[in-house]
Design a protein around this ligand. Structure first.
Ligand SMILES: Cc1cc2nc3c(=O)[nH]c(=O)nc-3n(C[C@H](O)[C@H](O)[C@H](O)COP(=O)(O)OP(=O)(O)OC[C@H]3O[C@@H](n4cnc5c(N)ncnc54)[C@H](O)[C@@H]3O)c2cc1C
Length: 427
């Protein structure tokens, strides 16, 4: 039996490791596909963008992880799914001269798991694609970092009447955490003596809803917003819809203009466009794969979808499971368990998403969280305790990929690195 998992992010990679490691399935074949050769956990992308995390140090090779965990890896972008013939089609890989390094390929599957994540949604706002930066892939996060370094160089020689402003559109967790991380980066650059006058730099966070972090509890969002504005000096503009993005910044629906050298769009996501090339995989109006509560595609029970690319019904209220790493982890664990039991039919316990709470990190400064134990009671935390809980999410992911001893070694190595390396990557 061959299981092909397409997309090696939080959901797909964890699942490949869980399936591949199970020795009782020696005859079974697990193939993991991704368009890139290495993995960086997506919730770290805002740190890659700001330069507070070195992506070259934290990345893990899929080939290595496959060797370690017992799955095969195929490099290439998904181009389409053909369920009639149980095949997925992968695009070619080109070298720097444009020559084909790996040709187009088809891979046969007995069971297919789609775990492609999401794509940026510009909601049709003019100028977003042309003038905004995004944070949806490692390349985009590194692109933000490169642009930031050039802008900092420019800012170090700017005239007295000039400013370096960054506008971030969308105050969900990604936008909020990015604004804090960039604020920290600007502080560090000032301390490095790079000649950038902090008084003439600014970060504005724009949100259409009345407050930051719209899907999260109000008291948590309130504490975060207060900290952003009062302690970090981020300018927060709520009730502010964006009408247009241009090379000078953004124009709001009420006609106001926010000048910016860099505009970063973190306002929303949609399903992967490639699924439109596979009409037999049913998607909803935002391009997510429609699945039942056993995570099976409604169109074909041999196709499953997990993570951000899937529209997974909640148990009770008709809503959908939120696009979060926490949910991706639960979905991959649920589906791996079912596959390992040989039970991927319509029977058995359906997937039940458990919200264990929310954690928001404000760079090195602080973090806030609200934890749920499963019932109605909750615990609000902040400071070092919230920071430790936030970091434990990444450690949990590393543990699934590498095992407990290697994860603990990683903690030690990171501590040692901190003592010898600068806190900001300036190259
Ligand atoms: C900056 C940032 C901060 C975040 N912080 C948090 C947080 O604190 N807590 C939290 O719970 N969630 C957070 N999230 C959300 C979280 O990262 C996602 O919900 C989670 O990564 C979804 O996992 P996934 O496997 O579905 O998608 P991803 O992790 O995005 O993985 C998708 C994979 O599919 C691959 N892929 C895509 N298209 C193709 C193709 N055509 N062919 C082959 N491969 C393809 C990609 O290369 C990628 O490896 C954050 C997101 C961002 C951007």
């Amino acid at each position: 039996m061959r299981t092909v998992i397409v997309g090696a992010g939080s959901a797909g990679l964890e699942m490949a490791c869980m399936l591949g490691r199970d020795k009782s399935r020696a005859d079974d074949d697990v193939i993991l596909v991704d368009k890139g050769p290495t993995h960086i956990w997506k919730p770290l992308f805002h740190q890659v963008a700001a330069g507070t995390l070195n992506s070259f140090q934290d990345e893990l090779s899929y080939l290595y992880l496959g060797r370690r965990n017992g799955f095969r890896f195929e490099l290439g972008p998904l181009k389409g799914v053909n369920p009639d013939r149980d095949r997925v089609r992968l695009g070619a890989l080109h070298d720097q001269a444009g020559e084909v390094a790996l040709p187009e390929r088809v891979i046969q599957y007995d069971r297919l798991v789609l775990a492609l994540g999401s794509e940026v949604n510009d909601f049709g706002v003019p100028g977003v694609k042309e003038h905004a930066y995004f944070l949806d892939s490692r390349e985009q996060a590194e692109g933000v970092h490169r642009a930031l370094l050039y802008e900092l160089a420019r800012a170090s020689v700017m005239q007295r009447d000039q400013r370096f402003d960054i506008v971030i559109v969308g105050a969900g967790a990604t936008g909020v955490e990015l604004s804090a991380e960039l604020s920290y980066a600007l502080d560090v650059v000032r301390d490095y003596g790079a000649g950038v006058d902090r008084e003439r730099t600014g970060i504005t966070l724009v949100e259409q809803a009345p407050r930051v972090l719209p899907p999260l509890p109000e008291d948590l969002a309130g504490a975060v917003q207060k900290s952003l504005t009062e302690a970090l000096g981020v300018n927060v503009e709520c009730n502010a819809g964006v009408a247009q993005v241009n090379q000078d910044g953004v124009v709001l629906n009420d006609g106001r203009e926010l000048k910016a050298r860099m505009t970063i769009w973190t306002a929303g996501v949609k399903g992967p466009g490639v699924l439109a090339e596979s009409p037999t995989v049913e998607t909803d109006k935002r391009g997510h794969v429609v699945v039942d509560r056993h995570l099976r595609s409604t169109g074909d029970p041999r196709i499953h979808a997990i993570g951000d690319c899937a529209a997974i019904p909640m148990a009770d209220d008709g809503g959908l499971v939120p696009p979060r790493a926490q949910a991706a982890h639960q979905e991959s664990a649920y589906l791996a368990k079912r596959i390992l039991k040989g039970d991927t039919g319509a029977g058995g316990e359906p997937f039940l998403y458990r919200d264990y709470g929310s954690l928001v990190s404000l760079a090195n400064y602080t973090a806030y969280g609200k934890l749920f134990s499963g019932g109605t009671r909750s615990l609000s935390i902040d400071g070092w305790m919230a920071k430790a809980a936030y970091k434990s999410l990444y450690r949990g992911h590393q543990k699934t990929l590498l095992g407990y001893p290697a994860m603990m070694m990683g903690v030690l190595v990171d501590r040692l690195r901190k003592t010898v390396e600068p806190s900001l990557k300036m190259h």
